[in-house]
Ligand binder design. Structure first.
Ligand SMILES: C[S@@+](CC[C@H](N)C(=O)[O-])C[C@H]1O[C@@H](n2cnc3c(N)ncnc32)[C@H](O)[C@@H]1O
Length: 258
């Protein structure tokens, strides 16, 4: 684990900054231990992952060996491979930025940002699925780009307040237990003046994609595929809610007041 990552981590349940002791991060007050395995700190209480978060953690763990194959072959047939570029072009990432993606998956959105020549200073990726993170770690080695990875729940981010210049989330929030909490956490870890982006699929994509893919997902409630723009705090600036990918994806962008 790089010092650049360790210096921004907190215990997500107490807010304390952990010390590194015998290969684990330890809360100095409560002594709670967060192991670091293969360079990836595990910053969540596994026994407290429940509901939809638990369901999708397991499903993505099982899917992780095949996820990239699926995205590069089946998704090409569905013309889904262009979507990462469309999202990236809607983003503002600058040199010197510290960027966080919550639900980084296998790193495909970060790769698109790098391929677009947006050279941030540090990329950090968090995901609840260790399978996806391991795949992401291998991808980044092949792509020869450093990315600091953390296992965690997007609803309890293990990062200090006011840390990142850009905070993004693509493709998981529709099925989170608590969308509002995840958005408030993104805001908390964003620096004053930071740019934030939240995107996921719309109802149109649900209707158009093959039913085989829909079987991967839990039967949606009314509102599952609606943009959660109303959950963005009113205190944020430049709130924009647009549709990309021919209306099959929403992308919310906003800025934390400087
Ligand atoms: C469709 S993938 C998107 C991955 C990546 N952002 C991309 O665009 O390719 C959804 C990801 O959300 C992650 N995820 C689901 N629930 C989560 C949660 N509560 N906290 C963090 N990640 C979560 C899954 O493990 C999975 O990697």
């Amino acid at each position: 684990m790089r010092t650049e990552l360790r210096s921004i981590l907190i215990n997500p349940y107490t807010g304390n900054r952990p010390d590194l002791r015998d290969g684990a991060l330890v809360d100095p007050e409560t002594r709670e231990r967060f192991p670091v395995i293969g360079g990836i700190p595990i910053m969540l209480r596994e026994q407290e992952v429940e509901g939809l978060n638990r369901l999708y953690q397991r499903r993505y763990d099982s899917l992780s060996p095949f996820y990239d194959f699926f995205m590069t072959t089946v998704a090409r047939l569905l013309r889904a491979d262009a979507v990462f570029g469309e999202i990236t072009e809607a983003m503002d990432v600058r040199s010197g930025d510290r960027v966080l993606e919550t639900s980084v998956g296998t790193g495909r959105q970060i790769k698109s940002i790098i391929d677009h020549g947006m050279a941030a200073d540090q990329f950090v990726g968090l995901d609840i699925s260790m399978g996806m993170l391991r795949k992401c770690q291998r991808n980044m080695r092949n792509w020869r780009h450093p990315l600091d990875l953390v296992q965690g729940n997007a609803e309890f981010l293990p990062f200090a307040d006011d840390t990142f210049d850009v905070v993004l989330h693509i493709g998981g929030i529709n099925f989170f237990n608590d969308k509002e909490r995840a958005i408030l956490e993104m805001v908390r870890v964003a620096r004053p003046g930071a740019r934030l982006y939240i995107g996921d699929e719309t109802e149109k994509q649900l209707q158009e994609q093959p039913s085989l893919i829909n079987r991967f997902y839990q039967k949606p409630d009314a509102g599952t595929y609606a943009s959660p723009v109303d959950l963005v705090p009113d205190t944020m600036e430049k709130i924009d809610n647009r549709e990309l990918w021919d209306g099959k994806m929403y992308l919310i962008s906003f800025q934390k007041p400087a």
